[in-house]
Design a binder for this molecule. Structure first.
Ligand SMILES: *Cc1c(COP(=O)(O)O)cnc(C)c1O
Length: 375
């Protein structure tokens, strides 16, 4: 059994994907070919924003967004401590004041209450200017934008939605990757919408940000390729990856997102009386980048993981180490008391296999094994 079954997906989409790749090879337009522009148009439409700019990966997408915001050494960037390293790493690369914020224990996403507390603290200290918050749509669930956006407005904070895991999710019909001043996603193969290598995208309704990011991803180009008007990056999506993503986006829209949700509903129905299953607030839709259980304690979690492994069922701990406990941030000055929930989650969460091609019999097997393992 696979944790994320990319082979099963390829078996279904093979003819279309191969034809699209062959078409790119025949034309040999490998960088910024027609498929890239077409994909950007389709992605922007799906998400419901004016601009989509694809780039090399989801990490670069965050860097491009922070560059567009103009984050610098006098600024504070707030980041949830329970996330994938890139959300923090990219902010750190701007030498800004990084402040880690605790998460809500039910949604795993940044806590609006703790965010406001952290903003007030930074203002009180008076050393750095609160500049931006990187909200992460963890495991596919959009962050609590109903509460975060008013806080951002109140303190004049820019919102960078890290939707690397969130693509496809929504709140009352409004799609993930549309909530930030700039939003980003990743097409890493294991993400809800993945390509066959590295890829990423930036989304915004702001014309100036969009123009700037188009320039930045291509060596800071101006009116044409060899007119360089700023220091930029080489971060473009390959045409082949765009050609693959066009097929995969179609499948994602037509059935994959709903299949993910059907599997999640099945898991929840069968497991909710045994173990804490994911909490999806009213009006929210998750794209279930992960389906994550919360166990009672570390021992129970580790025992269950081992039990499942012996039954041939893969499971993963996302994430075993909070950002503030990463080696690189060892000498970091933060308030430990305020990061307790994330620390607890890192000891108790367990993600189980989740993908749109799961058979009913395997789903059944997984649920029975979890119930047995917890007896
Ligand atoms: C995967 C991921 C990224 C980075 O995306 P890459 O394409 O691997 O660079 C950033 N943030 C989060 C939350 C992620 O899960």
């Amino acid at each position: 059994m696979e944790f994320i079954d990319l082979k099963a997906q390829y078996a279904v989409l093979k003819d279309k994907i191969n034809a699209n790749i062959a078409n790119v090879l025949d034309r040999s337009a490998f960088i910024l070919g027609d498929e890239v522009a077409l994909l950007e148009k389709q992605l922007a439409e799906y998400v419901g924003v004016k601009h989509c700019i694809t780039c090399g990966n989801g990490t670069d997408a965050l860097v491009l967004a922070l560059r567009a915001f103009g984050v610098g050494p006098d600024d504070t960037v707030f980041v949830p401590t329970f996330t994938f390293f890139a959300s923090a790493e990219t902010a750190s690369s701007f030498d800004c004041n990084l402040v880690f914020v605790d998460v809500d224990k039910d949604t795993f996403n940044i806590s609006p209450v703790m965010l406001e507390k952290a903003i007030k603290q930074v203002i009180k200290e008076g050393k750095y200017r609160p500049k931006a918050v990187i909200t992460v749509d963890l495991f596919g669930l959009p962050a609590n934008y109903d509460e975060i956006l008013p806080i951002a407005k109140k303190y004049n904070l820019l919102v960078l939605e890290d939707g690397a895991q969130g693509f496809g999710g929504s709140i009352n019909g409004k799609k993930a990757c549309s909530f930030g001043d700039i939003s980003t996603t990743s097409f890493f193969p294991a993400k809800p919408l993945g390509c066959y290598g590295d890829g990423g995208a930036v989304f915004t309704n702001n014309d100036e940000y969009a123009e700037l990011i188009r320039s930045l991803r291509f060596h800071g180009k101006g009116s044409y390729k060899y007119d360089n008007i700023r220091i930029g990056y080489n971060s473009r999506l390959d045409t082949i990856q765009a050609a693959i993503l066009i097929v995969k986006l179609d499948a994602f829209k037509n059935y994959e997102l709903s299949e993910r949700n059907k599997l999640a509903d099945k898991y929840t129905e069968k497991l909710k009386d045994t173990v804490k299953t994911p909490y999806i607030p009213k009006g929210f839709v998750s794209s279930y980048a992960q389906y994550t259980l919360t166990l009672e304690n570390e021992k129970q979690r580790d025992n269950l993981k081992e039990y499942l492994k012996n039954k041939g069922i893969p499971s993963m701990v996302y994430y075993p180490t909070c950002m503030h406990n990463q080696t690189v941030y060892k000498n970091y000055d933060f308030n430990l008391n305020d990061l307790k929930i994330a620390e607890e989650l890192s000891k108790t969460v367990l993600s189980i296999p989740m993908h749109p091609y799961m058979s009913d019999s395997n789903a059944e097997l997984i649920c029975e094994a979890i119930k047995d393992g917890l007896k």
